[in-house]
Design a protein around this ligand. Sequence first.
Ligand code: CMP
Length: 159
Amino acid sequence: MMLLLLNLKLIFVATTIQSIMSGITTFTMIKPDAFEAGNSGLILQKIIDNGFKIKALKLTKMHQEDAEAFYAVHKDRPFFNSLVEFMISGPVIAAILEKENAVDDYRKLIGATNPADAAEGTIRKLYASSIQNNAVHGSDCDENAGIEGNFFFSHFDRH
Ligand code: CMP
């Protein structure tokens, strides 16, 4: 039994490493503003229509320490406290997405961080209201896609 569990764990680790190295995986979160506005379904449909496969999906609500940990890289930025408050203000939908060139293609699909700078047709242009309340998160590199996916999902949650 122990051997079987070890083997399964090794297979999972190898698969995860392979996904990260080959750049076919990214992580996204539909943020509380977009969820509250009822735009989650439209955003998920747009993601699917653009060729991304949903590998894991979760409706959840972060606690303060979760949001602080998720955005720890921004802890010295002036907007950090406000960002954390926003991210725990309501439910989010977290997802792992799969597609060739996932990170870059997804960042193109969501558009610039500030919706005022986002290209026409992008998710943020369509559904974001400010640089903070910008509807969705998308990983900025393959390494962070792995870290962020693991932050929300165990291997039991993925298919
Ligand atoms: P996201 O892509 O999730 O990564 C970090 C988040 O910080 C970003 O989207 C915005 O929600 C928020 N953010 C980035 N820059 C600013 C800013 N200048 N003012 C307020 N919030 C910001």
